[in-house]
Design a protein around this ligand. Sequence first.
Ligand code: MG
Length: 378
Amino acid sequence: MKYCDKLLGHVSRSFSAVIRQLPEDLAKEVLVFYLVLRGLDTIEDDMQAFVDNSEKVAQLQNFHEWALENPYWSMTGVGESHEADLLENFYKVSRTFQSLSPGSRAIIKDITKEMGHGMAEFVSKDLGEGTMTVEEYNRYCHFVAGLVGQGLSRLFSESGLESPQVAEELSLSDSMGKFLQKVNIIRDYLEDYTEGRAFWPQEIWKDFSPDKSLGSFSQEPQRDAAVHCLNALVADALTHVPDCITYLKMLKNKQIFKFCAIPQVMAISTLDKLFSNPDVFTGVVKIRKGLACKLILNAGSIEEVSLCFSSFTRNIMGRVDPCDPSAEKIIAACLKILQMTESTKPHKMRLLKTEPSVGYWPKAVAAAMTAYCLTYLV
Ligand code: MG
């Protein structure tokens, strides 16, 4: 357990903070769950260590048995730095896993098995130019993130701190994971493309770069087509937000709520920053640390989180370019979010001030349009 706790701090600063504030027993289970999946992901991400794909596929598909059920299991030469360390010392994670309750062990093992099989499905695929279809893109996001949401929900219900319903709403949990994953995939365009493992679906990006490669966007990031392509992906990601809000509304335990809400508010603020931003094609776009702190401090209740979602959604909506092919889709998705977040009574708190933005439409026009749409179209 000591090793698991130490390693968590090394492999993820952001998740370690949200995990550690959970009720003690649940924190232990979620910590083990996180490290198990991180181990699996290290195998998935290593593009050099395995001589052939069949060895990698076997490791992914059997990780839930070979690594989790063997108190001596260790793997060397896979991954780098702390992740390599995790696989080398994985038997310490396995032993901690064995100390958990049978119910939690079954959930963790089940999800690990399903994720390993899903990842294996993608090992032999050439992702140099992204995934093929939107369906395939969704399938990948389901395996690597939607399943995490489902496993966590089951652990919450299993602990008795949340109702059984939380574990049963599988599609809501799936959306929670998919939304976070899609925001990361949009943000990591350049890094993923450079590494030869991209996820932007061809079904979307080929409309904006018919004869070229996915990499062409990084050559001419200022072109309208590049930004419009980016926004088509933002429009798709936004469709998951209503599910995320419904899910958060279901939660009763304050610590579990924070654990779930913090990554979500970080994601919506990042999406706001990514929207219409050509810097995505040439570097890493990140939210400012001060804003991240503010978000964490304002993610304690559904009222605060709703305010946060509506604030970033308004920010996005105010910057929609009428010439953008996804304009209608984005506005529709935003209105749906506003309808869910602004129906609750105004809450007594500091208003969250987001970063100032320069819009295509003056703010007043955008506000008037929103009011009009909310009144007449919804
Ligand atoms: Mg991976």
